[in-house]
Design a binder for this molecule. Structure first.
Ligand code: SF4
Ligand code: SF4
Length: 154
């Protein structure tokens, strides 16, 4: 579900522009409000929805998620650390979901350029750059054979 902006709620702070991994949230130079410039390129990651302090960003619902006539409203509550989603169907039924938002301070997560460049030998590793230390674990979890159901080929 690509996102869209209620321009009357947006104050043009630009958080959604900064956080969008697809670089499609733009500030309109005339109205100084954000808009999704290419909804078909939206990753549907909802980072912008969670980052918006004005609850100005909502989602277009796909027919398989919420049939025509529905609405999808999003409410970010910083104090609770949650984002609430309300799906309202055209027959009046509602579905509500609550999901957590990040609790670390804004800007406190290091970017790739804040780490030392990986050694060339790391190209032969299956780990991604700066794993596992960037994930704050000593080793990555692996699926041990003993965790498979009995009867599978050993
Ligand atoms: Fe960008 Fe993700 Fe928002 Fe889509 S949902 S506009 S990709 S931040
Ligand atoms: Fe507007 Fe919200 Fe984007 Fe800020 S984060 S520019 S208020 S849509």
């Amino acid at each position: 579900m690509p996102t869209f902006v209620y321009m009357t709620n947006c104050d043009g702070c630009g958080y959604c522009v900064d956080i969008c991994p697809s670089d499609i949230m733009h500030i309109d130079p005339t109205y100084r409000r954000a808009y999704n410039a290419e909804p078909n390129m939206c990753w549907e990651c909802y980072s912008c929805v969670k980052a918006c302090p004005q609850q100005a960003i909502d989602c277009r619902g796909y027919a398989d998620f919420a049939p025509l006539g529905h609405s999808v409203r999003v409410l970010r509550e910083d104090q609770k650390g949650t984002v609430s989603w309300r799906i309202k169907f055209r027959d009046g039924r509602e579905k509500n979901f609550v999901s957590p938002i990040r609790t670390t301070p804004w800007g406190s997560i290091k970017g790739p350029s804040d780490y030392m460049p990986p050694a060339a030998a790391a190209l032969n590793s299956q780990e991604l750059a700066h794993e596992p230390e960037a994930l704050k674990v000593e080793v990555l979890p692996t699926l041990a054979r003993s965790r498979f159901k009995k009867g599978l080929v050993s």
